[in-house]
Design a protein around this ligand. Structure first.
Ligand SMILES: Cc1cc2nc3c(=O)[nH]c(=O)nc-3n(C[C@H](O)[C@H](O)[C@H](O)COP(=O)(O)O)c2cc1C
Length: 389
């Protein structure tokens, strides 16, 4: 197992490089890449860098409290693990390892519809909160059956992703031959095989894990849906606001709307009964050229912050980023790539290391800000330096 201990791995970028070394290019780029020219991918991170802290010095903060509540559930950390499809490609039984690591750290895990592991197995693997993310792939009946299973398994909230009417154009995936590899026609696969063979440890794990190519929570008439069918299935199954009444009725618990980017959509999400919303551009994997999520957060918080809980994801690579989002009104944040790199680098211990890095960052940042708890963060801790009149 590759070591992710310090001083080898000190930050999320180190985990990213470790993931790059262990995984074939086609899998690493599936995590790392984004839509079209990847402008929003860079913006999501850069916008955090543009936001500056305003610390209060000489404040003795020996202990800091990182806990928060989301949908009435206590989390020991102000960040959760976002839904990341096909995590089982990164590490054998990847979703279960990620969920277990989240639970062990006292935080929540959100399982993607596009999971390679059965939702019941993932729920059983964590002692922390688990939410189920819903795509309508396969149509209403298939979704209803997944909702019933998620309910029976004890998932605490249903996260409906609204920003995926089609799959974004991820150029890196196409150049790496993702389509050809998934279609598995020997002649077309051949030019792309080298990248898999150059990562024998990953390949051995993948084959030992069954060489998975199916989604066990999307059960169609002829069995679980294959990986190769995702793009077409997403296009055939887009969610609209009109779907929320039947989804809400079938689920009967809290609904989280993920993929809100404007105050108008935030209000619509509240109107359809969202208990929480996630300001998200899907990690820049859908529409390239939208603003960074941290830039639109204040608009959304101003519009609906008193009516619903507002979460944010996109571009979080340090605990300082987590703190900045909370200062601007997010109740908590979700991290995607930060832990996916950890999973790809070293499985469960890699995810645990990603969480540990972010947690240590948040503690240190709070102490340096002179703030003793996440619940006391507000806008006064960020902003441009005052210019003299
Ligand atoms: C490899 C990968 C797969 C993803 N799969 C899903 C998914 O199945 N469903 C979903 O709602 N979001 C999915 N997302 C988006 C994440 O939930 C989250 O919005 C995004 O990763 C946040 O940005 P960050 O990666 O910069 O933290 C995926 C993201 C990545 C990187």
């Amino acid at each position: 197992m590759p070591s992710v201990a310090p001083p080898r791995v000190l930050n999320i970028e180190d985990l990213r490089q470790a993931a790059r070394r262990r995984m074939p290019r086609v899998v690493f780029d599936y995590i790392d890449g984004a839509a079209e020219r990847e402008r929003t991918l860079h913006e999501n991170c850069r916008a955090f860098d543009d936001l500056l802290f305003r610390p209060r010095s000489a404040v003795a903060t020996r202990q800091v409290d990182l806990s928060t509540t989301v949908l009435g559930t206590r989390l020991d950390l102000p960040f959760m693990l976002a839904p990341v499809g096909s995590s089982r490609l990164f590490w054998p039984r990847g979703e279960e390892h990620a969920a277990r690591a989240a639970g062990a750290a006292g935080t929540g895990y959100i399982l993607s519809t596009l999971s390679g592991c059965r939702l019941e197995d993932v729920k059983a693997s964590t002692k922390g909160p688990a939410w189920y993310q819903l795509y309508l792939v396969g149509g209403r009946d298939v979704a209803l059956s997944a909702i019933a299973r998620a309910k029976a398994a004890g998932f605490g909230a249903l996260v409906v992703t609204i920003d995926t009417p089609v799959a974004g154009l991820r150029e890196r995936d196409l150049r790496n031959g993702i389509k050809e590899l998934l279609a598995r026609h020997p002649v077309h696969v051949l030019p792309y095989l080298g990248q898999l063979l150059s990562r024998p440890r990953w390949l051995a794990g993948y084959l030992r894990d069954g060489g998975l190519m199916r989604f066990p929570n999307i059960v169609l008439k002829d069995g679980p849906m294959g990986y190769a069918d995702v793009g077409a299935a997403l296009e055939a199954s887009m969610v609209s606001w009109d779907d929320f009444p039947w989804i809400r009725e079938a689920w009967g618990g809290p609904i989280v709307v993920k993929g809100v980017h404007t105050e108008d959509d935030a209000r619509r999400a509240v109107d359809v009964g969202a208990s929480a919303i996630v300001v998200s551009n899907h990690g820049a994997r859908q529409l390239d050229g939208v603003a960074a999520t941290i830039q639109v957060l204040p608009e959304v918080v101003a519009a609906v912050g008193t009516q619903t809980e507002v979460l944010l994801d996109g571009g979080i690579r340090t605990g300082g980023d987590v703190v900045k989002a909370i200062c601007l009104g997010a109740r908590a944040v979700l991290v995607g790539r930060a832990y996916a790199y950890g999973l790809g680098a070293a499985g469960g211990p890699g995810v645990a290391r990603a969480i540990e890095i972010l947690q240590a960052d948040v503690i240190r940042t709070l102490k340096l800000l002179g703030c003793d708890r996440v619940g006391a963060l507000d806008r006064s801790f960020v902003g441009p330096p005052r210019t003299s009149p």
